[in-house]
Write a protein that binds this ligand. Structure first.
Ligand code: PLP
Length: 406
C-alpha cells in the first residue's frame, strides 16, 4: 500500500485556517471586542426570495410521489442548462449550447476536478498571486513538482507574476505552458482584463495548443460594457478554453452550492473531445447537483430573481466603493474593487502583509487577508472583501483610518 506522496509535499496550513487561528487567539484575549470580518470572500446577504420560494416549491414536489425526483442527469437538468445558455451566453451573441454546460456543486470542485482530464506531464501556468485551489489541486495530482518553502513556489509550475508594473494582468510567458489558469475579475487583486488582453491569451493558447482554464466566478460584478464577462466573447476561444462559473457570489449560493463548467463542442485535442471526456468523468464520479438547488439556481434567471440578485450585488459594489475610498483616505494605494468584489491595497510603510494583518486585527479589530497568502508576489499587499456586512463596512473603514493614524 502506497499513499499519494504528493500530499506530504503540501505546505502546512491553508491560508484561511491560519487567519481563523489568529482571529480566535485575538478574540479569546480581547473578549467583547467586536471584530469585523472583511477577510474571507464569503457572502453575508441571504438568498433572495425568488430563490428560496423556488426551492421551497421544489422541496414540496420532492414530498409527493407524482413529482418526486430521484437521480437526476449527471450534467444537470435541461431547465437550468437552457436558462444558462439563454441568459449567460446567447444574450452576448455567444454560440454555447446546453450540451456544453455541466451543472455542479460549485466552481471549486470543478476547478479541482478538471485536472483529471490532463496528463501529469503537462506544464501548468498560474498567476502569482493566485486563488490557491489551482496550485494545490495540481500539486496533489503530482503536476507541480517540489515545493520550495524559501521561495513559496513549486518547481514545475510556471508563475505569471502579477505586479503593479503590469497592472496585475499576466502576460503570456516565453516558454510553452500547456494549461493556463486565468481568473477575471481576479481573486485576489480585483483587476479585470480587457478584450485585447484576453485575445492575447487566446492567440497564445491557439498557437501552442494550450488550454485556458478561465474562472469567471466573479463576472456578475462587471458593469463596464468594455470588459468581457466570458472568455467566449473572444473569437477562437471555443477551440482553447474551458470556463468555470458559480452561483456563489452571483446569487449568495456559497452555502447552497451550485456552479457550472462550460466545455464547447469545438474543444478537441488529439482527436478527442474534451466535452466528451468531462461528460465521461462526471457520469463516473458525480451524481448530479440536488434538484432543489437547481430549481433555486433556475430562479436566479427569472425577471424577479434578476432584479433581486442585482440589488444585492449593488450593495456589495457599494461596499467595494466605500472600502476603496476608506483605504485611500487612510493614505494607502489601492487597486481593484471597481468591477470586482475584492480590493487589493499596498501595505502601509512597506510593512509585511502578515504584519499588516496583525496590526489591523489588533488596532482596528478588522479581519483582512494578507497578500502573501496568495503567493510571493502578494507580499506587500492585503486584500479586503466587499462581501462584508454593509452595516459594518463604514465602521470598519473608520477604524482602519484611525489605526493607521489618519
Ligand atoms: N473561483 C474563485 C476565483 C473563487 O474565489 C472561489 C471562491 O471563493 C471559487 C472559484 C469557488 O466558488 P464556489 O463557491 O462555486 O465553489
Amino acid at each position: 500500500m502506497k499513499l499519494n506522496e504528493n500530499y506530504a509535499k503540501m505546505p502546512g496550513s491553508y491560508l484561511f485556517s491560519e487567519i481563523a487561528r489568529r482571529v480566535a487567539a485575538f478574540s479569546s484575549e480581547h473578549m467583547g471586542r467586536e471584530i469585523i470580518s472583511l477577510g474571507i470572500g464569503d457572502v453575508t446577504l441571504p438568498l433572495v426570495p425568488a430563490v428560496t420560494e423556488a426551492m421551497a416549491k421544489a422541496v414540496a414536489e420532492m414530498g409527493v410521489a407524482a413529482t418526486f425526483r430521484g437521480y437526476g442527469p449527471e450534467q444537470g437538468y435541461a431547465f437550468l442548462r437552457d436558462a444558462i445558455v439563454e441568459h449567460d451566453f446567447a444574450s452576448l451573441g455567444i454560440g454555447i449550447t446546453a450540451a456544453d454546460i455541466f451543472i455542479s456543486d460549485g466552481a471549486k470542485s470543478d476547478c479541482g476536478n478538471i485536472v483529471d482530464l490532463f496528463d501529469a506531464d503537462n506544464r501548468v501556468a498560474v498567476c502569482d498571486p493566485v486563488y490557491p485551489v489551482y496550485v494545490d489541486t495540481n500539486a496533489m495530482a503530482g503536476r507541480a513538482g517540489e515545493y520550495d518553502s524559501e521561495t513559496g513556489r513549486w518547481s514545475n509550475l510556471i508563475y505569471l507574476s502579477c505586479v503593479k508594473e503590469n497592472g496585475f494582468i499576466p502576460t503570456p510567458p516565453k516558454e510553452k505552458a500547456d494549461l493556463i489558469y486565468l481568473c477575471f475579475p481576479n481573486n485576489p487583486t480585483g483587476t479585470t482584463a480587457t478584450r485585447e488582453q484576453l485575445a492575447e491569451w487566446v492567440d497564445y493558447a491557439l498557437y501552442h495548443d494550450s488550454i485556458l482554464l478561465f474562472d469567471a466566478a466573479y463576472e456578475a460584478f462587471i458593469t463596464d460594457p468594455n470588459i468581457p464577462h466570458s472568455i467566449y466573447e473572444i473569437p477562437g476561444s471555443e477551440h482553447c478554453a474551458i470556463e468555470f462559473r458559480s452561483f456563489s457570489k452571483t446569487a449568495g449560493f456559497t452555502g447552497t452550492r451550485c456552479g457550472y463548467t462550460v466545455i464547447p463542442a469545438a474543444l478537441e485535442r488529439h482527436g478527442q473531445s474534451l466535452r466528451a471526456m468531462w461528460n465521461r468523468r462526471q457520469c463516473t464520479k458525480f451524481n448530479g447537483t440536488a434538484y432543489v438547488v437547481q430549481r433555486g439556481a433556475e430562479a436566479v434567471y427569472t425577471p424577479e430573481g434578476q432584479a433581486q440578485i442585482r440589488a444585492n450585488i449593488e450593495i456589495y459594489r457599494n461596499n467595494a466603493a466605500l472600502i476603496r475610498q476608506g483605504l485611500e483616505d487612510a493614505g494607502l494605494t489601492v487597486f481593484g474593487g471597481r468591477n470586482a468584489p475584492y480590493i487589493w491595497a499596498e501595505t502601509p510603510n512597506g510593512m509585511s502583509s502578515w504584519d499588516t494583518f496583525d496590526l489591523l486585527l489588533r488596532e482596528a479589530g478588522v479581519v483582512t487577508t494578507p497578500g502573501a497568502g496568495f503567493g510571493p508576489c502578494g507580499e506587500g499587499y492585503f486584500r479586503l472583501s466587499a462581501f462584508g456586512d454593509p452595516q459594518k463596512v463604514p465602521q470598519a473603514m473608520t477604524r482602519i483610518r484611525i489605526a493607521l493614524g489618519r
